[in-house]
Design a protein around this ligand. Structure first.
Ligand code: KIV
Length: 257
């Protein structure tokens, strides 16, 4: 395991882990200063491309966005989502994860799922590819986005999967929309950091989609807190630009050759 990942794991029980998503260089370089982990999430499918789910996101899309993000991330761990249908078998996963790492120079990949993908995860880790897990709501296969962990059977499955992923060697697990007391139990039970999104304050860290954080994405979900309204700022700037152009206040001599 490389030292960046070892240091990341050591944050458990010491300090909260901060994570945000980035899909391009400029945003990545701003958030990098404040994050421990920058995630190139396949949420870019719905956020940027208006796809109805993340299922249509391709490996090439993730690679191109990650290459851009790589230019902005200097200090944080950079993790990239392996998109839907790119890790159906160990062979396919290894081929695609190797391509992802070599083309983007990311530090690790993230895969969604529990018991069904344990062997695949083990293959990647055996081949020195660091893997982050993702349990709870799994957008690549979800039929609904209801939080997980209300029913006893579901709780047991997620608990078991957390343990299995830890044993398989993942360095951290994202818990998406997991009931609070279950997220707490998992976080206590495993020795690697849990990163919550809609999974309570009990996780070792938190992740949000940056477009949600800054008010660029209109999606209204319970777990999102908006910290800024960038939409208004962009709108105001575009409006001022339009007025200046219409009234010939821009460009001035200063902006001309
Ligand atoms: O795709 C994504 O952005 C994610 C986060 C929401 C955890 O997986």
């Amino acid at each position: 395991m490389n030292s960046k990942i070892i240091n990341f794991i050591k944050k458990k029980n010491k300090s909260k882990i901060i994570s945000l998503t980035a899909y391009s260089k400029n945003i990545a370089s701003i958030i990098d200063k404040h994050c421990d982990l920058v995630l190139v999430g396949d949420s870019l499918g719905s956020v940027l491309y208006n796809f109805s789910s993340t299922k249509k996101v391709t490996l090439d899309m993730m690679i191109e966005h990650s290459k851009s993000v790589r230019m902005g991330v200097k200090k944080s761990l950079m993790v990239v989502d392996m998109p839907h249908n790119t890790y159906r078998t160990s062979r396919e996963a290894l081929r695609n994860a190797k391509k992802m790492i070599s083309k983007t120079k990311c530090d690790a990949v993230k895969l969604e799922g529990g018991i069904k993908i344990v062997q695949i995860i083990k293959t990647l880790i055996k081949n020195k590819i660091p893997v982050m897990g993702h349990l709870g709501v799994l957008p690549q296969s979800a039929t609904n986005f209801k939080f997980k962990g209300k029913e006893t059977k579901e709780r047991k499955t997620i608990l078991r999967d957390s343990k299995l992923l830890e044993e398989a060697g993942v360095f951290s697990i994202v818990l998406e929309c997991v009931e609070s007391s279950l997220a707490k139990e998992i976080t206590k039970m495993i020795n690697i950091p849990t990163i919550g999104i809609g999974a309570s304050v009990h996780c070792d860290g938190q992740v949000l989609v940056t477009d949600d954080l800054i008010g660029l994405n209109k999606m209204k979900v319970r777990f999102v807190k908006r910290y800024s309204n960038i939409e208004k700022q962009i709108n105001d700037a575009a409006l001022k630009f339009k007025k200046d152009v219409v009234t010939s206040k821009f460009p001035t001599k200063k902006h001309s050759y």
